[in-house]
Design a protein around this ligand. Structure first.
Ligand code: AOF
Ligand code: ZN
Length: 376
């Protein structure tokens, strides 16, 4: 099994059971297909589609594979037509209401009409206001329980819409007793390779990876996913650097994919950013709510993985803008007078544990904010 398949399986472990109870087989298949687009279609939702003939034999299937390219229905219909040119007796199942508008691609509703498919079943309404109602498509299930699974297809969209900021996930790697590193020794590995690989996979999943300026200085991270599947998609890299202290040699390190690195600062400098993207924020607006809102508005960033360090994490917790926490723990204690506790916020840690994984003797605990549904 490839690393990618393994990752999807991990992500699906819990969902599979829940979905199995709630939805029918064609939709289960749609979700399984849809999830293959993960990390590649954002800010679009994950969509899968299947075409069945009148005896429920599978004629075609497909998913939205790449932002800006064909929608799921197009792939499924194209494949079905190679088997059966006349689809007028066939049904199409999609996990999302087929679009009725022309965006980067033509409206799927038009294609469905043109091919005269007999029945169209979808599971969830599209939250995109451009997508109009098409009375002839049947919504498969009005069950409120199912609606909660909207986050499966657009994991960040609903948080974005409701909170007017990107979805924020904090990632941290701690010792068994919850410390990150000794002072001045931030590069010490506390978790094993499997945890670190998982962390790299997460970089594919989010639109952007964010760190504080100090982490850049101490760790000199390149902040790119190191596992080379999905290499079409490279996350934005965001550095919070209020006083613009990131040094020239560190900038060089971050420059290899230059246009996708944003330095957020409030320094009125005439400095040459040399290909890095400068995001100037007036001093009085330099707070997370404002910055996050701007990142969403100006760069269409829908989700951010905040990698540290501890004081950057603390500022996110202090402002109450954290939706999810990935806490990787090693198997050794670290407590010493100079160790830094990973959680430094003035607010109590109030998140629900929603997933726990064993990774070769080390551990991943995933938490979500209590009001986030579904807890997957
Ligand atoms: C579908 N099937 O597979 C997807 C849909 O710019 P476009 O043309 O790619 O349109 C993007 C919008 O289309 C997106 O915001 C969402 O509302 C819908 N996505 N719809 O029927 C698909 N990915
Ligand atoms: Zn469409």
């Amino acid at each position: 099994m490839s690393k990618q398949d393994n990752f999807f399986q991990l992500l699906f472990q819990k969902k599979q059971i829940i979905l199995g109870e709630l939805i029918s087989m064609p939709f289960e298949l749609c979700f399984r297909l849809a999830i293959k687009g993960m990390g590649k279609v954002s800010p679009n939702p994950l969509v899968g589609a299947v075409v069945l003939d009148k005896d429920n034999a599978l004629l075609g299937y497909g998913y939205h594979e790449q932002y800006g390219s064909h929608h799921a229905e197009v792939h499924a219909i194209q494949m079905a037509k190679t088997q059966k040119p006349d689809l007028s007796e066939c049904k199409i199942y999609v996990n999302l209401q087929p679009c009725t508008h022309k965006g980067k691609t033509p409206a799927c509703a038009e294609l469905i009409k043109k091919e005269k498919l007999k029945e169209v079943c979808y599971l969830l309404d599209d939250p995109n206001p451009l997508v109009g109602d098409n009375g002839s498509f049947s919504k498969a299930n009005n069950n409120e329980e199912v609606a909660r699974y909207q986050d499966l297809i657009a994991p960040f969209l609903f948080t974005c819409t409701n909170k007017n900021r990107p979805f924020i996930a904090v990632k941290t790697a701690v010792s068994k007793d919850g410390y990150i590193a000794e002072q001045g020794d931030s590069r010490r590995w506390v978790t094993n390779e499997e945890c670190r690989n998982y962390g790299h996979l997460l970089r594919h999943y989010y639109d952007a990876v964010l760190v504080g300026r100090k982490t850049v200085e101490l760790d000199k991270p390149n902040l790119l996913p190191r596992l080379n599947f999905m290499d079409e998609k490279i996350p934005w890299r965001i550095i919070l650097d209020k006083d613009l202290k990131t040094l020239a040699d560190q900038k060089t390190l971050l420059k290899n994919i230059r246009k996708k690195t944003i330095l957020v600062h409030s320094s009125q400098t005439s400095e040459d950013f040399d290909g890095l993207t400068s995001m100037y924020v007036e001093s009085q607006n330099y707070h997370l709510q404002y910055i996050l809102k701007s990142l969403r508005k100006d760069y269409l960033i829908q989700s951010i993985l905040v990698e540290g360090g501890a004081s950057t994490h603390a500022s996110f917790f202090d402002e109450g803008v954290v939706d999810r926490v990935y806490k990787f723990s090693g198997d050794k204690n670290m407590k010493s007078p100079s160790a830094i506790a990973w959680y430094q916020s003035k607010n109590p840690f109030q998140f629900d544990l929603c997933k726990e994984l064993e990774l070769s003797g080390h551990r991943l605990q995933e938490y979500v904010r209590p009001d986030l549904l579904p807890k997957i």
